[in-house]
Design a protein around this ligand. Structure first.
Ligand SMILES: Nc1ncnc2c1ncn2[C@@H]1O[C@H](COP(=O)(O)OP(=O)(O)O)[C@@H](O)[C@H]1O
Ligand SMILES: [Mg+2]
Length: 243
């Protein structure tokens, strides 16, 4: 018999049948798409519904200002009070020099079952401050500061590697969003997270006149015979609904 792997259900009606019942437990999913494709809503829905099932969830909102995500959630009629302590939402909406340490602290704070980071771009592009450098050991200075002299993107990648390592260690099932620039080549801006993740979900949006077409596509999912085709969906007043 094949070893059954535990899966985390998305909580989005009909979606899990495309991914063999859910996201492999402990896997890291990158949710990629241009602005407005529904990344934040998708991830919020997965965490909210899992919190209702008793899973401990952390949503690190590094993009929208405090209260905005909560407003979007309540607009869909999802009741944050019902999720209670199971859904912790932490918002930081300014470029934070201590961003990496902050995120690492939050990730390690509890034994979370699910972790969302929205978005990774806020981390890879966060600035580095001199007092941060002062607190580092020589090895970290060598690894983090010296490359800056040559290439800011290298530093961004190092930050992401740390975040991925901490998430893997925590064993949580994670959802990390990253913004795709319209027309840009490659999957991610940082060009590394696509190799560090286990699963890639791409979100598309096409508006023609008054018609709106949204779809999601699983580009990769480890351990899964997943749907390869586009999965059409809508964002309705209740959240994400498959068409
Ligand atoms: N109540 C709603 N009804 C229908 N569509 C909505 C509603 N709320 C938000 N949306 C759609 O969701 C989009 C934002 O989704 P979001 O997940 O924030 O995008 P992303 O995180 O990919 O930038 C909006 O641009 C809008 O098209
Ligand atoms: Mg978003």
């Amino acid at each position: 018999m094949v070893n059954a792997i535990e899966r985390i259900q998305s909580g989005i009606k009909g979606f899990d049948s495309f991914i063999e019942g859910g996201f492999p437990e402990g896997s890291i999913t990158l949710v990629v798409g241009t602005p407005g494709t529904g990344k934040s809503i998708f991830v919020a829905e997965v965490l909210y519904s899992n919190a209702l099932q008793g899973k401990r969830c952390l949503y690190l909102n590094l993009e929208q200002s405090e209260g905005k995500l909560e407003k979007q959630i309540s607009q869909f009629g999802w009741d944050l009070a019902k999720a209670g302590k199971n859904l912790r939402i932490v918002s930081v909406d300014f470029p934070n020099p201590g961003m990496v340490e902050f995120v690492l602290d939050e990730v390690q704070r509890l034994n979370y079952d699910l972790i969302a980071i929205d978005s990774l771009d806020s981390i890879s592009s966060s600035p580095l401050e001199t007092d941060e450098i002062g607190k580092m050991g020589m090895d970290r200075i060598a690894e983090t500061v010296i490359p800056t002299l040559f290439d800011a993107q290298t530093v961004g990648r190092l930050k992401l590697k740390k975040i991925f390592a901490a998430i893997s260690k925590s064993k949580a099932t994670a959802f990390l969003t990253t913004e795709k620039i319209e027309g840009a080549q490659g999957i991610t801006r940082d060009t590394i997270s696509e190799f560090l993740c286990d699963n890639i979900l791409v979100m598309y949006y096409l508006g023609i006149g008054s018609s709106q077409y949204r779809s999601a596509q699983v580009l990769k999912m480890r351990l899964s015979n997943h749907e390869k085709d586009f999965i059409p969906f809508e964002i309705t007043k209740k959240g994400i609904e498959l068409r």
